[in-house]
Design a protein around this ligand. Structure first.
Ligand SMILES: [Zn+2]
Length: 418
């Protein structure tokens, strides 16, 4: 059997395994959130707040979709014309066209072009979030965040590209196998290290201060049977007024993080409700599920890229001989961008079902749907959410059920519907 035949076989097996894993690990059953309850919940929200949330999102849309369109256009131009390959060659030229220089510097240049052309949209977005009072950042602080983001991306990107092209260099026919394992391993590694290495680049995390709230949160975790060593507070207020909480990390790096804004904006009972939701993620191993799905997805992507590399027409468009050479970075970026956009709605759908399960967990753990609903109302108003977003936008990008869906789920729970 040839390398290509093995690649096709492995790809099929991986896709089947991925499908089976997704089928058993994703909670396909959504707890009820009847539309009648959603509309009643919507009617119970202050009309001016609803209007302001809608206006905020409609003001953000041109920037968000503009950035998406321009990002796609640039990726296609770099990938489907010889321009990307030319940029990589130029980046490696001072180093005599060395492939290591091409891989690292060429990769950075190609990605940087995409970042620079979408920069005006990011700035536009910043103007709007400041105007609506969500962001508390000055332009200086915003720029620092942006540069930190570039730096983190450059380090991770350089390591990934160097690893990838070392493999394609050493095993020109079988790189797909080593690359798939490497990509999956990188996803798992990042899940472990992001909360302890990358998150602290952007925020300071401190253990929640001693007091009745900390005690009740740790008691809640204990009662839930989820070992939590600590609840951390992030200094989110230095850039936003939005409230949030999340769980990240795996095993020894798993942590529940609450924004400091939550502690000033929400009542202690509402914080308990939010943390109960996060405990649901921890208990159901949602970070682990996401990591495994991501690792399989990365392996599938590498093999698919290898197979795509035998499509002569595509290589001719990009002006390259092999998709495994650094000169193919532009083409790789184009493929990743297109696949990312196409996979977005499926990812959002999976995310929403997982979030709905964590909501159901919070309701069951606290047995307090009234506070849960009050907390959703608070989250929605403080964060200027559109409580009932347009269907098309919800389908393509919503990572969470809408505010009215979450309120409706609490109402259904209160009536004993599961
Ligand atoms: Zn969640």
């Amino acid at each position: 059997m040839t390398s290509r035949a093995w690649a096709v076989g492995t790809l099929v097996v991986l896709i089947v395994v991925l499908a089976v894993f997704a089928a058993v690990s994703i909670p396909w059953h959504r707890p009820p959130a009847p539309r009648a309850d959603q509309l009643a919940a919507l009617g119970s929200l202050p009309a001016d707040k609803v209007e302001r949330g809608r206006q905020f999102h409609s003001d953000l849309r041109p920037g968000s979709y503009g950035a998406m369109a321009i990002g796609l256009l640039v990726a296609l131009v770099l990938g489907l014309t010889p321009l990307g390959a030319w940029l990589v060659t130029q980046a490696g030229r001072p180093f005599g066209g060395n492939w290591v220089a091409q891989a690292v510097l060429g990769g950075l240049v190609v990605v940087l072009v995409g970042e620079v052309v979408t920069l005006p949209f990011a700035a536009w977005r910043h103007i709007i979030v400041v105007r609506y009072g969500i962001s508390t950042q000055s332009w200086g602080a915003w720029t620092v965040d942006l540069l930190k983001g570039f730096a983190v991306g450059a380090v991770i990107g350089a390591v990934a590209l160097l690893g990838f092209y070392t493999i394609t260099h050493l095993a020109p026919r079988w790189w797909w196998a080593f690359g798939a394992v490497g990509a999956a391993a990188l996803v798992v590694l990042l899940s472990f290290v992001l909360p302890v290495v990358v998150e602290p680049v952007f925020n300071k995390f401190t253990p929640m201060a001693d007091g009745p709230l900390r005690v009740s949160l740790l008691e809640l975790a204990e009662r839930d049977g989820v070992p939590v060593r600590d609840v951390l507070v992030a200094d989110a207020s230095r850039r936003t007024r939005a409230v949030n909480a999340y769980v990240s990390g795996l095993g020894p790096t798993r942590r529940i993080v609450v924004y400091d804004t939550m502690l000033t904006e929400a009542t202690p009972d509402e914080v308990v409700s939010v943390v109960a939701h996060e405990l649901g993620h921890a208990k159901d191993n949602d970070v682990l599920i996401g990591t495994v799905l991501g690792a399989f997805g990365a392996a599938v992507a590498v093999i698919a890229l290898f197979l795509l590399g035998s499509w002569g027409g595509l290589l001719r468009l990009a002006g390259i001989d092999s998709i495994g050479s650094p000169r193919g970075i532009g083409l790789m970026l184009a493929v990743v961008t297109v696949v990312g956009l196409l996979a977005g709605p499926a990812q959002a759908y999976v995310s929403r079902t997982i979030e709905a399960r964590a909501d159901a967990h919070a309701l069951a753990l606290t047995g307090d749907p009234a506070t849960f609903e009050a907390m959703q109302r608070r989250l929605g108003t403080v964060n200027l959410s559109d409580p009932d977003p347009p269907t098309w936008e919800y389908v393509i990008s919503a990572s969470h059920p809408s505010t009215v869906e979450r309120m409706a789920a609490a109402r259904a729970y209160a009536r004993g519907e599961r």
